[in-house]
Design a protein around this ligand. Structure first.
Ligand code: GAL
Length: 673
């Protein structure tokens, strides 16, 4: 397990550096990340490379047992480069060039910038690729962050037209598939096509009513930009892989921005890396991003390259609250429980200057170690104790499918704005499962479904014919499939299907969508669930379908003109069962439905009882079950156990319950027989 922090030796005087080095070494951490924004120090003049300062820091730490992650500095090109080649800058959707200063102001498609990036990466690879004190590389910093992932410069424009031509071959085909006849938008040639000005980027400004632009064009542009940035990243990973055997990754923004398809982004990376900044004061740290991270590279361990370090001042907006004592330690352990192999705090010591001056860190500006530092030290000690468990695997039998085309299509044309957010909805299902005693994986549409018994596919708005077939096969072969409202409404061109919905799947679900509407505050309708004897009630939410068809109604409306209409259907298909949930449910009723479906699938609950704010994560090592338990309730909590367990850290046994202090956690090994 790699545990540590980001550090910036280039900011420091020799004296300050020595002070920090001692603190870093005495903290007991084993990893430090460096170099990220320091291009102007690595190559102060074109072709003149200076890495001695970085190498000295790597060595100093390395000799004390701390390994380094070396970053490529390409998020911040030096002034000499930008003034020599002003054409490399990023152009936003208003046509504004992003000036030198700040960060992420380059165009990832620009061939000149790509060449300079390749060269600096090559020098880094040559210098650090075999350094025994290094343990990995990070490419760039948070690709696409701060609205830097949808460039509108002339290079991107020309490349986008070519990209469309490459895909569609003829303009007639493009016009046909994107329905350009609507509002008479047929093009005569690919070079007439302009990039859309509206994008799904977080914090980008929308420049005209979003529906003015063709939804196919918009989805293609999202894909093109995502792909372009992955291509840019691939250049650097290819170079680094030529010099090193250490893992190469980048630090994505996780589920915070999502303007890169992370599933595709790791094709040339050795692991998925991302940054995560959850609140740590009386808050349950959301583990959905970890489950997602695990699914990016088919269950492989992931790296958390930046993680919250505490509260205090902040670089923008208001300050951030401090973590409760113990919350930092708890959160770090939680990430490892969910499959992290690395966790680095952002950052070690507060910056006095620059855009992020006074921002939170482990150690304050004055360099005096205080409680967050000591807690990091304790955490490092604890992780050593848990090392024997680090190869434990996951054995989840439930998966939730998440997809970028669907996510982007729902951002391009929201159906119930702002209430319905696709990823939040997938997250809700994940948590309802968890609170009811079931761990689940989060996987892509391309993943292997065969190892799961129960597959949840929330709102598969964009579903290709192949994906429909995949769901069909999963059910046919004996799986339990749960689809929801908005399933298979559009094809991969982001165009609506003209067959009845859920398109291509009405026989699998035994249901046809007869009528749809969004659910707002004023048109809620009550729903009753009939689950083999047990009943549950809920109000509908987000979206409402009325279903027809031959399936058995396990959910019906009980109000208004919808009374007695089917809203949740259950159908036997092949050896399996397909359930269509035509609306959102309140957590309790959703929990009842999930328990019913898990019983059907033969999936048992964890014997350590989870509930809201008590998280339980099952890991399996040599055939034995370990349950990591986290108390996020902001007070002491009792956790009941249905089987005797052994507390791995406290070295004692519990027959009926374990008591966890505020922000406490436990690792409980199931005692068999
Ligand atoms: C991250 C970024 C870091 C730093 C941090 C501040 O998004 O990668 O470089 O800016 O936020 O919290």
């Amino acid at each position: 397990m790699y545990y540590g922090a980001a550090y910036y030796p280039e900011h420091k005087t020799a004296e300050e550096l020595e002070h920090d080095m001692i603190l870093l070494i005495e903290s007991g951490i084993n990893t430090v990340r460096m170099g990220e924004f320091a291009w102007c120090r690595m190559e102060p003049r074109e072709g003149e490379y200076q890495f001695d300062w970085l190498e000295a820091a790597v060595e100093r730490l390395g000799k004390a047992g701390i390994r380094s992650i070396i970053c490529t500095p390409t998020a911040c090109p030096p002034a000499w480069l930008v003034y020599k080649h002003p054409e490399v800058v990023y152009v936003d959707n208003r046509g504004l060039e992003r000036p030198f200063g700040g960060r992420r102001f380059y165009c990832y498609n620009n061939p000149v910038y790509r060449e300079y990036s390749r060269k600096i990466t090559e020098e880094i690879g040559r210098r650090f690729g075999k350094n025994p004190y290094v343990c990995g590389f990070q490419i760039d910093n948070e690709p696409a962050q701060e609205a830097s992932g949808r460039c509108h410069c002339p290079v991107c424009q020309a490349k986008f037209s070519e990209w469309l031509k490459d895909k569609y071959k003829t303009i007639e085909e493009y016009n046909r598939r994107s329905g350009n006849i609507f509002w008479g938008q047929d093009y005569d040639s690919f070079d007439q096509i302009r990039m859309p000005v509206n994008t799904i980027e977080v914090s980008a400004e929308q420049k005209m009513p979003v529906y003015f632009e063709n939804p196919t064009l918009r989805l293609e542009y999202e894909r093109f930009c995502s792909e372009s940035q992955i291509e840019y990243q691939d250049i650097q990973s290819d170079v680094l892989h030529g010099y090193t055997e250490y893992p190469v990754t980048t630090n994505g923004t996780g589920l915070a921005t999502n303007s890169i398809d992370y599933y595709k982004s790791t094709r040339k990376l050795d692991c998925y890396g991302f940054d995560y900044y959850p609140g740590l004061r009386d808050a349950a740290v959301d583990s959905f991003p970890y489950a997602f991270a695990r699914g990016v590279k088919d269950g492989a361990p992931f790296w958390v390259m930046e993680f919250m370090s505490g509260g205090g001042h902040r670089f923008g907006g208001s300050g951030r609250v401090q973590p409760n004592p113990g919350a930092l330690k708890q959160a770090v352990l939680q990430s490892f429980a969910h499959g992290a192999e690395m966790m680095l705090h952002f950052q070690f010591r507060t910056f006095p200057f620059g855009a992020e001056q006074l921002n939170y860190a482990i150690v304050d500006m004055d360099g005096v170690p205080r409680r967050r530092y000591y807690e990091m030290q304790e955490t490092a000690r604890l992780l050593k104790e848990l090392e024997p468990l680090e190869n434990a695997g996951f054995a989840n039998e439930i998966a939730i499918c998440v997809d970028y085309d669907t996510h982007w299509a729902l951002r391009i044309k929201p159906v119930n704005d702002p209430d319905f957010k696709y990823l939040d909805y997938a997250g809700k299902m994940y948590h309802v499962l968890e609170d009811n005693g079931y761990n689940s994986d989060v996987i892509s549409y391309d993943a292997d479904f065969s190892k799961y018994k129960f597959l949840i596919v929330p709102s598969a708005f964009v579903a290709s014919r192949e994906f429909q077939q995949k769901l069909r096969r999963f059910t046919e072969e004996g799986g339990i499939l749960l689809g929801t409202f908005l399933t298979s409404a559009k094809n991969e061109d982001n165009v609506g299907y003209t067959d009845s919905l859920p398109a291509g799947l009405t026989d699998v679900f035994g249901a046809v969508v007869e009528e749809v509407e969004p659910v707002f505050k004023d048109n809620h309708t009550n729903v009753r669930l009939d689950l083999d004897g047990s009943e549950a009630v809920s109000t509908d939410g987000m979206w409402s379908d009325i279903l027809g068809g031959s399936a058995r109604a396990i959910g019906t409306y009980t109000q208004d003109y919808k009374t007695d209409s089917m809203v949740i259907s259950e159908n036997t298909y092949g050896k399996g069962t397909a359930v269509y949930m035509g609306t959102d449910l309140e957590k309790e009723a959703m929990g009842e439905l999930f328990q019913y479906l898990c019983r059907r699938a033969g999936i048992s609950k964890n014997p350590v009882k989870a509930e809201e704010k008590i998280e339980v994560v099952r890991r399996v090592l040599n055939g034995e079950n370990y349950y990591y338990v986290f108390n996020f309730t902001a007070k002491e909590a009792e956790v009941s156990v249905e089987t005797p367990v052994y507390d791995y850290l406290k070295k004692c046994r519990y027959e009926e319950k374990a008591v966890l202090e505020r922000n406490g956690f436990a690792v409980l090994k199931e005692i068999k027989g």
